[in-house]
Design a protein around this ligand. Structure first.
Ligand SMILES: [Mg+2]
Length: 232
């Protein structure tokens, strides 16, 4: 049964440290620089500060992409590594996603080019996957990111959440957005009205600063399904 449809819910899912165990840009940095370089530590540090809400997401993103100097080969290698890093309880619930694909969305500050090949086998539809976009130079190096994409900016996830709701409000049912994620930008979706509930996902990392702000702290995706069944 499509439980999300029967409860009029859209599940908005973060990617880094939620759908997968890792942070994409941290892995990309390791691919570019090897695991013990200063550049990698520098990128990890910026990622953590952004996810704890200490520096704005857009500034953190720009800084990291500039440090990386990545190319298409690095991206392809990163996809291969991340495919093996899917969060345990997401992997276990692959059937849930296949059955509920119409109501599941990825909303990520990461990159669609990396995310889609990974979530595709879970049944996610191309149009339900929202992420940033790299712009390449002719030689295959990443030049910059697409600044026209709302996700490249502060509070971009809220714009996307509202857009998802608007698209669906033309249908006969109004749907509730739930956001599940590990980071501050996920909490902000709820804070600014883009979702009714923020479910903090702590299977991979528990950012304790967010605990008091969460409607529910889920230790696994099974826990998310339980929460939806019992409380919504
Ligand atoms: Mg995350």
């Amino acid at each position: 049964m499509n439980i999300l449809e029967s409860k009029n819910i859209n599940l908005l899912i973060d990617f880094d440290s939620t759908f997968v165990k890792v942070e994409t840009l941290d892995i990309l940095a390791e691919v570019c620089f090897g695991s013990d370089s200063n550049a990698v530590n520098n990128i990890n540090d910026i990622t953590n500060k952004a996810m704890n809400g200490e520096i704005p997401f857009d500034i953190a993103l720009k800084k990291r992409v500039t440090i990386l100097k990545a190319n298409k080969k690095h991206i392809n290698k990163t996809i291969t590594i991340i495919k093996d890093s899917i969060s345990k309880s997401f992997y276990k619930n692959k059937d849930f996603f296949k059955k509920n694909a119409a109501n599941c969305f990825i909303v990520s500050g990461g990159f669609k080019e990396i995310i889609f090949p990974i979530v595709k086998s879970f049944g996610f539809k191309d149009e339900n996957v929202y992420g940033n976009e790299f712009i390449y130079k002719n030689n295959g190096e990443i030049k910059t990111i697409n600044r026209d994409n709302p996700l490249a900016h502060k509070l971009g996830k809220i714009k996307i959440a509202n857009q998802i709701n608007q698209n669906l409000s033309m249908n006969e049912y109004y749907k509730k957005n739930l956001i599940i994620g590990d980071g501050f930008t996920d909490y902000e979706i709820k804070k600014f009205g883009g979702a009714e509930k923020f479910i903090q996902f702590s299977e991979n990392i528990n950012r304790s600063i967010l605990n008091p702000l969460a409607d529910h702290i889920a230790y696994s995706f099974d826990d998310v399904i339980n929460y939806i069944q019992k409380n919504l």
